[in-house]
Ligand binder design. Sequence first.
Ligand code: AMP
Length: 568
Amino acid sequence: MPIIGIDLGTTNSLAAYFTSDGPKIIPNSLGEALTPSVVSVGEDGTIYVGRIAKERLLTCPENTASVFKRSMGSEKTFTLGDRVFSAEELSSFIIKKLKEDAENFLGEEISEAVISTPAYFNDTQRKATKAAGELAGFRVERIISEPTAAAIAFGLHTSRDISKCLVFDLGGGTFDVSILEFSDKVMEVRAVAGDNYLGGEDFTGVLMEMFMQEHGISPETLTLRDFVMLNKNAEDAKLELSARKKATMSWTFDGQARSLEVTAEVFEERCKTLIARLKAPIIRAVNDAGVRLADVDSIIFVGGATKMPLIQSFVSRLFKRFPVFGINPDEAVALGAAVQAAMKERKEDIRELILTDVCPFTLGTAVSVQQNNGFFRSGIFQPIIERNTVIPASREERFYTMAPNQTSVKVEILQGESWRAKDNVLLGEIDIPVPAGPAGQETVDVRYTYDVNGILEVNVKVTSSGESKRMIIEKNPGAVTPEQIEQRIEELASLKLHPRDKDKNRYLLEKGERYYQTTTGFIRMRIAEELNNFEAALDGQHSKEIEEAAERLRSLFEDAENEQNNGE
Ligand code: AMP
């Protein structure tokens, strides 16, 4: 019985298995390699996972969750309709889907998996990932770091000498750099650094900005629908620029057809600031690992955004050498996890020495910020210690009084990744008196200190009076016991994943729902008509009618796509 490798990603997840020709990706029920890491609950309680759920992210956002990997091991919960889930439970649905797809593809039961986590995940987050695998019905004896898995996929572990490798992972929203050292079947993660707010989406943002500038459109005038349309246009142009020297964006806004031709050269020029931001984490990782740029033997690309030629030329210029090519950067982690799984079966797996001393969550407080219209908006999260900061860490921020004659300041101690304070976990509160005076006259210094035992100490000091207050928060959130896992498996047993043999049809229905909601007029009426026909054909179970109705729907989606691009 094979052990499979799983890349449990923030945006997409994949599974792979080992063959005599090396590791191979396992296609999902739609025949695709990538399963979006999105979960949605239907009205009847059915759990939808992957592309179907991604469609529902737009049509039923209140029943759908994404990017929950960031909350693994935390106490944050996600409410989907009338059900509440933890990040590990949502992840377990993704893993369960990958398990079903793998069993179907390989034609046998699979009971064990090697699952990847970011190198900077601490012990609690790794345990949460293991728990997610167990909730999905797997035995998970091995968790592997993503950069280690990627390096293994490239075969770097077979080198006889000590080798140093830099893994450059640029995904949709995050950038991670890891320095690894291999020697004698041991892989050491020597350093990790990154930028949690930098990824492929920022490059899409540059194209959106260029388009708006060219046509004098101010971002505030865009509705959510406009934003989604322009973003899609920019995303398509960005992908085009990875394959060709120029791309054209065309979009009708305010009743006027507009276009912009962008050359690869101009795009690169406009991305200079973003590219400059890539450099700092690289230098930090290299310094932390105590190596020089020239000591790095190989550079490996992971993450979809590394397919941009401007990233490749930046890295080649910086290191005066080309990265190692040959494996799709989207697939490297899953393939490496599958190699590790095969090595585990042969009892010769690679030992990892990993970093675990990082703060797993962002710790911060709530503030009020001034909006463009001059009014203040309260309840905005202000990070103080960012997640993945190496611990022990101590950071201080200064805050100002908001109202005239304010007599106290309340500091909310929050943990989480949402910009809305209320969506993060409230760990405690400190109220401290301040001398009355004009707004903004009094200041308080708030210091957060997080130690290796996960203890957070918060000190608040009023600058003028010197008065201070202290609070200690001891928590070990998220560690799940085997008994709790057993209990949750029973509870989750009543929830059924959508049957995989019906995935293709369900996907068409959900996509139809999305197009129905985002189009108007004639095309919208036609979509409703054909959705009706398609449902009737499904009820009638006549495969010829089902296929014909499906084909008509697909062709309508193309029309809708063209119409949306032209904004009519
Ligand atoms: P990941 O999180 O690794 O799935 O990466 C997703 C990011 O990669 C998104 O911002 C995509 O737009 C970007 N991406 C994927 N393929 C390409 C490509 N061929 N060229 C440029 N960016 C890409």
